[in-house]
Design a protein around this ligand. Sequence first.
Ligand code: SAM
Length: 189
Amino acid sequence: MSVNLFNAVEFSHLLLKKTLKPGDKALDATAGNGYDTKFLAELVGAEGKVFSFDIQKEAVNNTQKLLQTADLEKNVKIIKASHAELDSYLEDKINAAIFNLGYLPGGDKKIITRAKSTVKALKKTIKLIENDGIVVLVIYSGHPGGDDERDAVLKFVADLDYKKYNVLNYKFLNQPGPPPQVVAVKKRI
Ligand SMILES: C[S@@+](CC[C@H](N)C(=O)[O-])C[C@H]1O[C@@H](n2cnc3c(N)ncnc32)[C@H](O)[C@@H]1O
């Protein structure tokens, strides 16, 4: 029997799947083409709620279409705004959040998530996370600006109080180029 070493996206989904249950609330901080939002919507089910942010119209449209095709749009609120302003839209606590950083696959590669707004959003998200909840980031750093963002995220999470949060950094060490990595922040009970 062999064990699977999950790639970054697979590992991020595994963490979300282990955390979320029907009726929960979840955040997708970067909707993009909607794959993570759809995954969250499936996990929380009809009794749950997903909040999904993106600054690009194209991403909002792609996410809307994907959800409609899967008949999942009812329990998702798609918000065309920066995740840095998420506290203007979300009041309730959430059980899990995903940040899939970088640019929209198939879209404009110059529109990227950026260190300052990502860390601002991350701080706000951590305040909203329920005990035993998780914030998962998939970080791509191969594009211009990506390494600054990665370093800012790593610095912020490394300084979180270990008595309140468990912080994980998951990445393959021997891949060409900077490999995508997963950072997870779990709020301890
Ligand atoms: C790598 S893609 C997300 C992929 C997506 N989760 C999926 O499943 O397809 C990153 C997205 O972040 C969005 N983005 C960039 N800056 C943002 C911001 N400040 N707030 C919210 N979304 C942002 C981009 O428009 C892009 O669509």
